[in-house]
Ligand binder design. Sequence first.
Ligand code: B12
Length: 162
Amino acid sequence: MHRLFQVWWLGVVLAVLPLCDTCWRPIQVAMTKGSCGVCGDNIQVSFTVRNKLQVPYFESRHTVSDLPQRELIHFLERAAESNSQFSFTVDYHQGMGYFITRMNGLAASAPKKTFWKMISSSSGEMLPLGVSQYIPKNKESITFDFTSWAAPAPTLANTSAH
Ligand code: B12
């Protein structure tokens, strides 16, 4: 009886909290802060954006540091936010996510059979997944190469991902 009397204030707090919206807010923030899906330790990823297919040719390099390891699209977003020289656009495809349609102002074109091919410079292989699903490794360097699938080599038929 004596101990119950000592914690009477706890009963008052529990009774008031559900009625008080602003009382809950700090608790909700604490619960959601830092949640970012599949997130690992902070990593560094570099991009090379290369067009050797049509004039004006260009090539540029961009590095994103200290971002939690997660899908490639987040690194592209960070690069675009922090560097006005870097830009991209995407189309959304249900099930596979985003397809890169334009980089640094140069648009891919289905009628001209051009696309932005993504290659891991570390392995030299085409990425097996798109930007919404591929998770880069620390210090990985990814090349976005403006490519024609009409060119004799490589063609869609003889590339490993297709
Ligand atoms: C043809 C094809 C392409 C063509 C599409 C252009 C065209 N107009 O034909 C080109 C060469 C551009 C291409 C590129 C890529 N592709 Co592709 N492609 C295919 C393939 C062989 C057939 C798709 C198709 O025509 N379907 C029939 C039509 C009627 O359906 P659709 O929904 O309209 O098809 C569209 C989408 O598939 C889209 N598309 C094609 N590839 C990709 C990749 C991604 C990530 C997305 C979001 C959309 C997309 O383009 C098609 C035409 O508009 C499929 C394999 C398969 N059998 O499905 C792989 C496939 C879809 N591609 C794949 C990949 C990995 C890529 C690349 C990421 C490769 C790379 N490392 O660069 C790039 C995309 C890069 C970017 N810019 O974002 C993977 C996707 C796996 C995944 N879950 O992400 C697949 C499944 C091949 C595989 N590995 O098994 N591709």
